[in-house]
Design a protein around this ligand. Structure first.
Ligand SMILES: NC(=O)c1ccc[n+]([C@@H]2O[C@H](COP(=O)([O-])OP(=O)(O)OC[C@H]3O[C@@H](n4cnc5c(N)ncnc54)[C@H](OP(=O)(O)O)[C@@H]3O)[C@@H](O)[C@H]2O)c1
Length: 259
């Protein structure tokens, strides 16, 4: 095992869903966590709760992963005791819209591309040089089954998650002559705020996505992320695909009829 106790873990998109669960999972294993997202007040509440429950250090940070100068300045100006990041969880990501391409909104496309691809690249670019210098580190990207198989009305979200897959694989090759590891955890249906964001706040439509089946929880995914991080140093979990038992692919989902 590679213990994560007293390690520094940087998690993007930690104000909700999978990122938030990752923060609790790493903290429960004794790691100190930097939790980043745009909504600082929520992060501060999470930080207080994690400190109380797990007695680790938590640094909440407002950071928009799309903003190049903000990302580099945040990482550069981390307090000294937070600088040596051991694990980066690139989790911040958005789906926007679910419609045929010719009805799609280019603003939605830009938000997905800027967050899911550029954001992940920027944070990695800011954090990785320190890891390479120290000869120690692990990048864990949150991809998706949307990056393994395209589905109708998902072209741009699909493209961003295919990009995450390509970046992960290429980066692993770049780092093969170092002790650093690169993993992806690729979920199917996980009940978070994801679908509410996808449908621009339409809670009722979002609820229907998970109707008639038991979806994965964000804690299920966080457990897989922690598993990647805690393997012995010579073992790289390259990819974990995690779906509800009632889901066999992006499009094949078994739903019980509602009563
Ligand atoms: N839920 C699923 O079914 C599912 C399936 C496969 C993959 N995923 C992936 O899992 C990851 C997490 O999603 P989730 O399901 O946990 O959704 P979520 O509950 O909506 O959480 C998304 C997180 O990303 C943050 N975020 C969004 N845009 C950001 C930006 N520009 N800068 C910084 N942070 C940003 C949000 O925080 P703020 O709004 O506070 O910034 C939030 O903390 C995403 O990469 C998503 O693609 C989810």
């Amino acid at each position: 095992m590679t213990p994560v106790r007293d390690r520094i873990v940087f998690i993007t998109g930690a104000s909700s869903g999978i990122g938030k669960s990752c923060a609790y999972a790493f903290a429960s294993a004794g790691a100190h966590v930097i939790i980043a997202a745009r909504r600082l007040s929520i992060l501060e509440e999470i930080a207080t709760d994690i400190r109380e429950k797990h007695g680790v250090r938590v640094l909440p940070i407002r950071m928009d992963v799309r903003n190049r100068s903000e990302v580099f300045s945040t990482v550069e100006h981390l307090p000294a005791e937070w600088r040596e990041i051991d694990i980066l969880v690139n989790n911040a990501g958005v789906p926007r819209g679910l419609e045929k391409l010719h009805h799609g909104d280019p603003d939605d496309w830009a938000e997905m591309i800027d967050t899911n691809i550029t954001g992940l690249l920027l944070v990695t670019r800011a954090v990785l040089p320190g890891m390479v210098e120290r000869g120690r580190g692990h990048i864990i990207n949150i991809g998706s089954i949307a990056g393994h198989e395209a589905y109708p009305m998902g072209a741009v979200y699909n493209a961003t998650k295919f990009a995450v897959d390509a970046i992960t694989k290429s980066l692993r090759m770049d780092l093969v002559d170092t002790p650093l590891r690169v993993s992806t955890v690729d979920p199917g249906l996980v009940e978070t705020n994801f679908s509410v964001v996808r449908f621009h706040g339409d809670v009722e439509r979002a609820r229907k996505v998970y109707e008639g089946l038991t979806p994965c929880t964000p804690d299920d995914v966080a457990e897989a992320v922690l598993f990647c991080a805690t393997r012995p140093p010579h073992v790289s979990i390259n990819q974990i695909v995690i779906m509800p038992t009632a889901q066999a692919s992006a499009m094949v989902v078994h739903r019980l009829p509602s009563l």
